[in-house]
Design a protein around this ligand. Structure first.
Ligand code: APR
Length: 177
């Protein structure tokens, strides 16, 4: 049987992730899953109070792991909450944990049979991860996953400003070579 699986397409976009009408958007959450600032705050504000009520039933989330919830009032069908590592200099498993955030989120989306997913720059805000290193981990982890993707077809890396968009585009073009 010919392999009709379409390759996983990775695109860089500059957007407010809460506006994206996709199967899933990923939230850069904290261990409690009870909301916070940054993209976590934006997603909770846009999804509405039902999201917090639902998250209270999930028992939190470990760093590098991911949990799925409905999108509630968001245009996205689902939210995948993942907890990125706080940057402590790179010698406390930060790279492995950040890669795990992307991998676990992709696996969860795949298990759910989703076709599209968008990631913010996990750990690149409050958690202080160096942008270049984080961008490289995001691109290489997503590319490594494409071999096992079956329902997933569209992956977006969402920049919230021009600097991050330019960096992500540069990282993606370097990886493609
Ligand atoms: N859409 C897309 N990206 C966004 C949005 C948005 N609406 N808001 C912020 N971002 C970007 C930031 O510019 C940054 O590049 O998301 C990236 C991640 O930054 P943070 O939200 O600070 O997340 P992180 O660094 O992983 O820190 C997580 O912050 O908000 C708290 O509860 C959260 O404790 C957790 C910590």
């Amino acid at each position: 049987m010919t392999n009709t699986r379409k390759p996983l397409e990775l695109q860089i976009i500059e957007a407010d992730i809460t506006h994206l009408q996709l199967d899933a958007i990923v939230n850069a959450a904290n261990h409690s899953l009870l909301g916070g600032g940054g993209v976590d705050g934006a997603i909770h504000r846009a999804a509405g109070p039902e999201l917090l009520a639902h998250c209270k039933t999930l028992g939190g989330c470990a760093t590098g792991q991911a949990k799925l919830t409905p999108g509630f009032r968001l245009p996205a069908r689902f939210i995948i909450h993942t907890v990125g590592p706080v940057w402590h200099g790179g010698h406390q498993q930060e790279p492995e944990l950040l890669a795990s955030c992307y991998r676990q989120s992709l696996q969860l989306a795949e298990q759910q049979g989703l076709h599209s997913i968008a990631f913010p720059a996990i750990s690149c805000g409050v958690y202080g991860y160096p942008l270049e290193q984080a961008a490289r981990i995001a691109v290489t982890t997503i590319h490594a996953f494409s071999r096992q993707a079956h329902s997933l077809r569209q992956v977006y890396l969402v920049a919230f400003d021009d600097r991050m968009r330019t960096l992500l585009e540069k990282t993606l073009s370097e990886h493609a070579r």
